[in-house]
Design a protein. Structure first.
Length: 169
């Protein structure tokens, strides 16, 4: 049967990450600094995970703009776009969350602004990949590889928009 649940007026849901049949996270881009936690089977709201401490000083809209998410090796990876009126105001980040405790494990600083793609785990590279477009029309972004064993950027795999000669979207 089909069903629906409100995730909050004007919150602009971006992604859902399923931990199991009883727990999922919903990222919301606007008007909140919290990830929604719900039971995907019953659609009951289980709570929210506050990300307000990750809002940048020059971002006055009250949200770090959580977007795409990925579950990898039991952890939840959440892209933070850091936008002000849909324009990047700081380099992107990936916040790593322990879904057992609903707590932040670490925050990975990305070398570029505006991470815009879904997160992808490459079994060949054994890395999580994300593309960052930076500002549109300017070669200031790139593809970033995250080593999930250390939760750090692997610069040996990353490539810039300048090297690829265009926006990576």
């Amino acid at each position: 049967a089909n069903a629906q649940v409100s995730v909050g007026n004007g919150t602009n849901p971006q992604d859902i990450a399923f931990m199991n049949a009883n727990k999922a996270y919903v990222s919301r881009l606007q008007n909140t600094s919290r990830l929604l936690i719900l039971n995907p089977t019953t659609l009951a709201i289980l709570g929210e995970l506050e990300l307000g401490s990750l809002i940048k000083p020059n971002d006055s809209d009250g949200s770090p703009e959580p977007a795409y998410m990925l579950v990898n090796n039991g952890l939840l990876y959440v892209v933070l776009q850091h936008l002000g009126n849909f324009v990047p105001v700081a380099r992107g980040e990936i916040v790593v969350i322990d879904p057992v405790t609903d707590s932040i494990v670490t925050v990975i600083q990305l070398p570029f602004m505006n991470p815009l793609s879904p997160l992808h785990f490459s079994p060949t590279l054994r890395r999580i990949l994300v593309s960052c477009v930076g500002n549109f029309g300017v070669n200031d972004g790139g593809i970033v590889a995250i080593d999930p064993t250390t939760n750090t950027v692997d610069p040996s795999i990353s490539i810039t928009e300048a090297a690829l000669r265009g926006d990576i979207t």
